[in-house]
Design a protein around this ligand. Structure first.
Ligand code: AR6
Length: 171
């Protein structure tokens, strides 16, 4: 079982499930969500609409359509409001919920973006600490089918930040 932190484009990941940094209505947005909707193509919006809304901290599963992944897991992270609105709890819940959904669907591999760290404004360093801790604990304690968790960072800066957090967490 492993956690792999990589730099790249989430939509190209050949995994069982790709996680979308979604909004509560599960509609096409900007950021990685926009890229996923574009790459998935027709059918995704309709399947998402059937499952909406999805509150922050939860996730919904759809097919991957034209993406290389079988499933898409739409996770809604918190909007950053300075850290006093339980953002860390909600972010941890969003990762955990996604992992549970993937596991329940017998996924062996899953790829996450850095949920909430773009349009939703969550500082990347703090988000990495929350996310990586949840992923590590899940693999150690709960996972039934998931063997590999990828975290895919889009920018070099984020990649460095998440690598450092990972090293720190395992010290
Ligand atoms: N691959 C990997 N990471 C990416 C990609 C990509 N192709 N594109 C962007 N990122 P964001 P949020 C990174 O804004 O903060 C949408 O409109 C990006 O650099 O996509 O959770 C939704 O519909 C950042 O580090 O998601 C919601 O309304 C990370 O993905 C809202 O934005 C997340 O940034 C969600 O905001």
């Amino acid at each position: 079982m492993a956690i792999e932190i990589i730099k790249g484009d989430l939509v190209t990941m050949q995994v069982d499930a790709i996680v979308n940094a979604a909004n509560e209505q599960l509609t096409e947005g900007g950021g990685v969500c926009g890229a996923i909707f574009q790459a998935a193509g027709e059918g995704l919006a309709e399947e998402c609409a059937e499952q909406a809304p999805c509150p922050p901290g939860e996730a919904r599963i759809t097919h991957g359509f034209d993406l290389p992944s079988k499933f898409l897991i739409h996770a809604v992270g918190p909007v950053w409001e300075g850290g006093r609105s339980h953002e860390a709890t909600v972010l941890a819940d969003a990762y955990r919920y996604s992992l549970l959904v993937a596991d329940a669907n017998h996924c062996k591999s899953i790829a996450f973006p850095a949920i909430s760290t773009g349009i939703y404004g969550y500082p990347s360093v703090m988000a990495s600490e929350v996310a990586l801790k949840v992923c590590k604990q899940f693999l150690q304690r709960q996972s039934e089918s998931i063997e590999t968790i990828y975290v895919v960072l889009f920018s070099e800066d984020d990649y460095q930040i998440w690598q450092e957090s990972w090293t720190h967490l395992n010290r």
